[in-house]
Design a protein around this ligand. Sequence first.
Ligand code: GAL
Length: 984
Amino acid sequence: MIIRGERMYIFSGEFHPFRLPSPGLWLDIFQKIKSLGFNAVSFYTYWGLVEGEPGSVQFDGVFALTGFFSAAAEAGIYLIARPGPYINAEVASGGFPGWTLRIQSPLRGNGTDFLQSINAYSTAVGKLIADAQITNGGPVVMVQVENEYDTWPGVNNSDFPAPLNRQAMAYTQKLFRDAGIVVPFMHNDHLNQGNWAPGSGLGAVDLYGIDAYPLRYDCAHPDVWPTYRFPTDWQKTHEQWSPNTPFFVAEFQGGSATGFGTSGQDGCAALVNMEAVRVLWKNNYGFGMKMFNVYMTYGGTNWGNLGYMGGDTSYDYGAAIKENRHVWREKYSEEKLQANFFKVSPAFLTAVAGNAANGSTLVGGNKDIAITPVLGTEDKTNFYIVRHADFTSLNNTQYKLQLPTSKGNLTIPQLDGKLTLFGRDSKIHVTDYDVGGIHMIYSTAEIFTWQRDRAGKRTLVLYGGEGEPHEFAFDIPSNTSVQHRSTVKSQQLSSLLVVQWSVTRSRQIVKVGTDLEVLLLWRNEAYNYWVLELPSSNPLIGNYSSPSKESVIIKAGYLLRTASIPKCSGGKVLKLTGDINATTDVEIIHEPTGNVTSLLFNNRPQPLTASSDGYLSTTIHFDPPRLDPPDFRSLTWSFINSLPEVNNGYDDSRWTASDHPNTTNPEPLRTPTTLYASDYGYHSGSLLYRGHFTSDGSETGIFLNTSGGSGYGYSVFLNSTHLRSWDGGPPAQRNRSFAETIPFPPPLSSRPIPLRAGEEYVVTVLMDHMGQDEEAPGTDAIKAPMGILDFSLLSQNTSRNKTNMLWKMTGNLGGEQYVDKTRGPRNEGALFAERQGYHLPNPPTTNPGWSQRNPIGDGVDGVTVGLFTTTFELNIPQGYDVPLSFVFHNNTAKGRENSRAQLFVNGWQFGKYVANLGPQTTFPVPEGILNHNGVNTVAITLWSFSENGAKLPGLSLEAEMPLLSGYRKPDLVPMDGWIQRAAY
Ligand code: GAL
């Protein structure tokens, strides 16, 4: 891809603005991606969050995109926009608003009703993206229409009304073009089949890309690398599908997602860890990949019921940047090493992939090693990607290279010994590589970066694993001075200076003449090095990446964000911003001007002295901030019963009558009127049904078949008597629907059961709604109904009598005419307290019905739901970024506890805690949602499934690792408080 005349490797990380609803932190994420050496971010937008009410598209507040675009521009990140309308992304309905479930024709199909449904959103988002295109001075360089719009495994394409739905694709593309989008269209092909590749017919795109998740999703067994999806032929398939565009991996597995009852996100980080990044990414380069997007690089949070049924509240994804925005996972550092290499290796952009060969002469006949050449065309540089032939191998294998170079065929190492490849590792060896005008004949050690200063001195940074032998060679006159310690060997072999060493933890430096300094680093030491671009004097480029920009190389610690050498300082001051988690030594390894004499770190002057190796250096002191987290157990909490619907005399006259005799849903009705929640405009959180009947004295129970999505649960009452609660089944099961017969209990003097002829009774069903499923083309799976699928009263006379119940229902207050425009259409469910808005700041806790009760000490009695709310103050010292999480003290270990809780922070739902399923107990809440310097409201709905009631074993607010930070403190998001709502 060529941007502003410069050929660039597109190195992109996926990050979704809607999963971090604190716009003031978007810059933080962009900077952390930029500091990886990436130059782009790919993002989805989520239709269902901005058009909850058909026809009313609201890109406002936290849903506005303009701040996302400006933050990207400020960080210098190009954007790949993926507005769908279908996105998948583990969000409810794959991104479609709930009301689309009532569309008669198949979703994503060619029907007029479906195509018209996308108009308002596509036009609005298209216009926003168009305004932010590079052609208008913005960051957007590419747009993806639809997502993986092809076949999925097990689905026969010909089943779908129009194979590949070419007209639908073309229709959607036209909406975006009409909105002003002129940048190239790309595709993300799920099956690597050439779908929509350039020239493939109506709907074809400009740039063909594939997506791939080779390590699959079994985060419970992170050491097991599945082999059946490991690619070996992508250069060939690409050549077949799209020979005239760069090989583009539009989505590559950067982690994996978790769901209720699974093993948790840390397993996903372990499955797709730094070793996976070494072996699988380097395998991708072996196919000549020139454009790359990593899904996810920052995952974020499935707050406010935005996720689909398979996911829990976390979308951490085990990604390089954690959900709480920390960057300490080792793969973050590994990714940084790789991306920076390609930034300084332009020869790769015109190099052509060869085929992987096991045990060829290139590796001295070792059949355990596979080597893939990527051969230079315009440049002579060749790249050799080495891995184990069995890419999952845990062996340490020794090998030699026999490589063609401009100095003839060389057997490497030329001095002593052999090279070593550790288990689950892979390396990129180069030959005839240009280090800023100095010709390196080869290096077996990997290149992190090199830079050239204005006086012509090159600094080359090489790294390897501890104990690995390595060798490099330069073509230089034999009288050149070479300086290094005795732990490094150097030898002149005719015109070649050959240097060999074994990687040690301490840095070694080789000085070659006056123009070249080579740093030999242990890989984990290299993790502490940062290459930061200086802003360009060309205002069009500014902070965006450009191969012609100058950079600094700084050794620091946890994170560096930005660097600049302002002119107003006479070019003497280097300004760095970054974060430290401990007292940190900083060394200026390279700065291009040669003029820098002083340093500002986060705007504070730092004294500079020369380090033992002669670099200007300083020490930045870290004092941990004083934190004063609230003690939730001793705070005063206000409480209100949130299940008044089971009280005698509860008035549901203003609820929605579930009286539609028909449905457009493909699932045939089994009841006299539809009880599918989406038919009545309720799509998220939880659902409440009340079925009225007049007894004839013969009823013995009720059969219920309900559906709420993986891991849902329900409680059923007859009048105020609890009949049955079902908690979703054992973790491994996580049913998405469940059917059972629930007997009415034997008589007790206190309750009117058995039923008395002629009296009215109400069956109340409270059920969880875990989010609609994603789509599988051809199945219309999104439409799978949620709610009551079937019921019948069991009677001694007429069994399964359906006709004598009248149902009413509710979900979130207002349904599609949702009340809380600030937090969007999915933040609330059917619970009484949510319908009343009691989860918001400033609830009317002095009104009748409220009392003082603590969710930890007191909890709730019996099967019911209660809302607890309190306030607490935070005062995090200025200058510190302290990611905070609410932690529910785990009670799953003690056996199955039947309760569910929702966590609301300043009105924003940031957690659904399912005690018996887990896995999530830690719920990060970003600053901005949480006020770090002021008052916060926390509200918890606690739903007990047990006659014994439920309480939280403990709840705390915890800081994982405080940072002294150069982040920009985010503004608070809108936090509209409680106002009186209609009482139904
Ligand atoms: C991809 C899809 C993404 C996401 C991912 C799995 O195939 O395009 O939207 O669902 O799978 O995390």
